[in-house]
Ligand binder design. Structure first.
Ligand code: C2E
Ligand code: MG
Ligand code: MG
Ligand code: MG
Length: 274
């Protein structure tokens, strides 16, 4: 195969690899610094309940603007952080920011759930529950205002890891809620629905983007919404960008939406205005 394609391809491939590798190494190196100086920031994206029409939760999303690398997107940052173990520090940073913000809003008489994304590696830390409880206490944040988003991959792996299920159940007892993110893109193993304390699922944006144009997608989403209803799980649609999508999702009985149509991820002060 190599011979047929000729040498040119091989050279350009390895060049591309080299560039990718050195960017990865740079991200690793700069991220250590950024975490040390708490140079990351958080943006919040509102979630709107379709019945009340009100924002009842926000998702906290990590943002990193590095002096050398420029903007590093979460899709570049998170996999590297997971691989190197720096995800623990990012997780702690996000958790602290989210709980501090949730407590601030609660004290202003405008309580709002704050949702943070979590990697399974964080839950393999035996002190995860203790850490979360300490952060809640530190900021005087009611546990029911903290929501944790896990992916289907996380859920699938957690099925066979008793200690992770136990930690999730402990947190559930405190009042922390769990959301299944990017629903439909992963493994669709329904066993974890029964094992894990999940109160909401977020239909992945890839299903929503063409929903008004494709009948099949509409049927699929309708099925997911019905599934949620029969399981008594709230269903949120991600990546809603147009009024047409919102109207259709309302008609299909979806509980909540999140997406650019409502708002891009914004600083906390902008959420207060919204
Ligand atoms: P996610 O949790 O599914 O978050 C939703 C992503 O979709 C966000 O991208 C958000 O900016 C984007 N989005 C929201 N509305 C729309 C829309 O209407 N259209 C389109 N095209 N996109 C929309 P972002 O912030 O780049 O994050 C990407 C992923 O990185 C997240 O997906 C999440 O899996 C991960 N991530 C972000 N922050 C964290 C974090 O603090 N910890 C961990 N472990 N993962 C994070
Ligand atoms: Mg999420
Ligand atoms: Mg998602
Ligand atoms: Mg996603």
């Amino acid at each position: 195969k190599v011979k047929k394609e000729g040498g040119g391809n091989i050279v350009s491939l390895s060049k591309a690899n080299h560039v990718a590798l050195s960017r990865k190494a740079m991200i690793e190196k700069r991220l250590i610094e950024a975490l040390h100086h708490k140079d990351l920031s958080v943006m919040y994206q509102p979630q709107v309940d379709l019945k009340s029409g009100k924002i009842d939760a926000v998702e906290a999303l990590v943002r990193w603007e590095d002096a050398v690398l420029g903007t590093v997107s979460p899709s570049d940052l998170i996999p590297i952080a997971e691989e190197t173990g720096m995800i623990h520090d990012i997780g702690t940073f996000m958790l602290e920011k989210a709980c501090e913000q949730a407590a601030t809003w609660a004290k202003q008489g405008k309580p709002m759930k704050v949702s943070v994304n979590s990697s399974i590696r964080e839950f393999r830390d035996k002190n995860m529950v203790k850490k979360i409880r300490q952060v809640l206490e530190k900021f005087d944040c009611p546990a029911h205002l903290l929501q944790i988003e896990i992916t289907e991959k996380f859920a699938l792996e957690a099925e066979s890891e008793q200690s992770i299920i136990r930690q999730m159940l402990q947190l559930q007892t405190d009042g922390v809620t769990f959301v299944l993110d990017d629903f439909g893109t992963g493994y669709a193993s329904f066993r974890y629905m029964q094992l894990l304390p999940i109160t909401e699922l977020k239909i992945d944006q890839s299903f929503i983007s063409s929903i008004t144009k494709q009948e099949k997608l509409q049927k699929l989403v309708e099925g997911i919404i019905q599934f949620g209803k029969s399981m008594e799980i709230r269903v949120l649609a991600e990546g809603v960008e147009t009024k047409e999508q919102q109207d259709l999702l309302t008609k299909l009985g979806c509980d909540a939406i999140q997406g650019y149509y409502v708002s891009h991820p914004v600083p906390a002060s902008e959420i207060e205005k919204l």
